[in-house]
Ligand binder design. Structure first.
Ligand SMILES: NC(=O)c1ccc[n+]([C@@H]2O[C@H](COP(=O)([O-])OP(=O)(O)OC[C@H]3O[C@@H](n4cnc5c(N)ncnc54)[C@H](O)[C@@H]3O)[C@@H](O)[C@H]2O)c1
Length: 429
């Protein structure tokens, strides 16, 4: 495409289509992404940049989706406004239950604030493409001022283009009779492909949060297939487990849940996960000083957190999509806002260089702090005792075994799958 034809805001209105290069050739059913309000860059150069960012979208102009297709001239008052640079958020499994809550939170500004415009790029499976259009229609009808662009599609190489955030939610559920080893392979293939796509087209500093289960090992597969991206930027979501643990401690101590801090979930997002009551605090005091019931802490508390998702499904017949979406928002906000002094949050991250002695080269949930720029550091000053360490080792053993099951997907030779018992995901019973 000749960019000179797009050098003025007025040219944005005209919209020109033409040759779009390699990515467009890969494009399948992607729908158009366009600003639905007057574009918010006003210099000629800025207009060029914006148009460059949406070049690929021009290819799909005929498939343009509703109100997100409309382009406008800049209006005089808009030219004087200073806007933050658009943040591109790619979401896989966008027609699923978790996304059905999450997308509307993202578009309303809950993560990035009320002065941060965003683009949502929604990835679905072939089967869910029509449902994805339904999702886009709901986003249209919500009239979110911060939502400037929406695109939908089934090709990760298109949907992950320039992604600043990739929220990888889409995965196959574990059906009746499906072994955990089989699930690791089925979903692992999805995350290997998506890792390759991120490696090729995402922002070089993209932050990736893997939600689709088994999320720790999926995150490992994903980062191994994205060697040109920092491994540190890949997360497995364990924030829902942290939130559940805080809720149970608050309940037992008879305090409001905002009084619980320093809650770590160690390990795998499975029933081997370790909610850490040794380091957690209630009203700034160690949990063990406030809750004297050791048996409850060592047995009931941990099991309740580990199995909370399964109990919820039994009662409601559905999984915990809403609270998972909330926890994704929490996890993102923890990375983009400074962690309160003395506190920390849990996230599953790459273990290489960890100060605790946990095996290297796996994705393990650990306590982290952030200065707010999207990055994080591991917390070093945590206490350890035999009870906590013993449980951490079990979760570590499980993740090492899972890693061996997916060696064919991480480029580490032939897979050998010998899991230490068929442990469950938190939503399974
Ligand atoms: N880490 C956590 O804390 C946590 C919590 C709850 C659920 N989960 C996991 O999140 C995942 C999604 O849960 P849900 O309730 O939204 O499920 P869902 O079945 O409602 O939605 C999943 C969506 O992903 C799509 N999909 C499947 N394969 C895809 C692919 N290759 N690319 C893009 N999209 C694809 C499906 O079509 C479906 O629309 C599951 O794996 C679930 O186990 C994780």
């Amino acid at each position: 495409m000749d960019l000179s034809s797009l050098a003025s805001p007025q040219a944005l209105r005209g919209g020109s289509t033409g040759a779009l290069g390699a990515h467009a050739a890969r494009r399948r059913s992607v729908q158009l992404l366009r600003p639905r309000r007057p574009t918010f860059r006003c210099s000629v150069e800025a207009a060029k940049q914006q148009v460059q960012g949406t070049l690929a979208a021009e290819a799909a102009r005929k498939e343009c989706f509703g109100v997100f297709c409309t382009t406008y001239d800049l209006e005089a008052d808009e030219k004087t406004k200073s806007w933050k640079k658009l943040v591109n958020v790619s979401v896989s499994g966008a027609a699923g239950m978790i996304s059905n809550h999450l997308l509307f939170k993202l578009a309303s500004g809950e993560v990035f604030g009320q002065d941060q415009p965003i683009a949502l790029k929604l990835l679905g499976s072939e089967r869910s493409l029509q449902a994805l259009e339904g999702v886009a229609m709901e986003l249209e009808d919500s009239l979110y001022p911060l939502l400037r662009e929406v695109s939908i599609g089934i090709d990760p190489y298109v949907i992950f283009e320039d992604a600043d955030w990739a929220l990888l939610i889409g995965a196959k559920p574990r059906g009746p009779g499906v072994e955990r080893a089989a699930l690791l392979d089925i979903n692992g293939q999805i995350f290997a492909e998506q890792g390759k796509a991120l490696n090729a087209v995402a922002s070089r500093n993209v932050k990736v949060i893997v939600v689709g289960n088994p999320c720790n090992t999926n995150a490992l597969i994903c980062l191994k297939n994205a060697p040109n991206l920092p491994a540190k930027n890949f997360h497995a979501l364990t924030r829902l487990d942290e939130n559940r643990a805080k809720c149970q401690l608050a309940l037992k101590a008879g305090v409001f849940y905002d009084k619980i801090s320093n809650m770590t979930i160690w390990g795998n997002h499975s029933t081997t996960q370790v909610p850490d009551f040794l380091n957690a605090k209630i009203n700034g005091r160690p949990v063990k000083e406030v809750i004297k019931d050791t048996k409850w802490l060592e047995e009931d508390f941990t099991i309740t957190v580990q199995k909370r998702g399964g109990v919820l499904i039994q009662k409601w017949g559905r999984s915990s999509a809403a609270s998972t979406a909330v926890s994704i928002v929490d996890a993102m906000r923890s990375l983009v806002t400074p962690t309160p002094e003395g506190d920390w949050f849990s996230t599953g991250v790459y273990t290489t260089g960890n100060p605790y002695g946990i095996a290297e080269d796996i994705v393990f949930s650990m306590p982290c702090r952030s200065k707010g720029g999207g990055d994080y550091e591991l917390v070093k000053d945590v206490a350890m005792d035999d009870f906590l360490w013993g449980r951490i080792k079990k979760s570590e053993a499980e993740l090492i075994a899972e890693k061996k099951c997916v060696a064919h997907l991480t480029g580490e030779g032939n897979a050998f799958c010998d899991l230490p018992g068929d442990t469950m995901l938190p939503g399974e019973m």
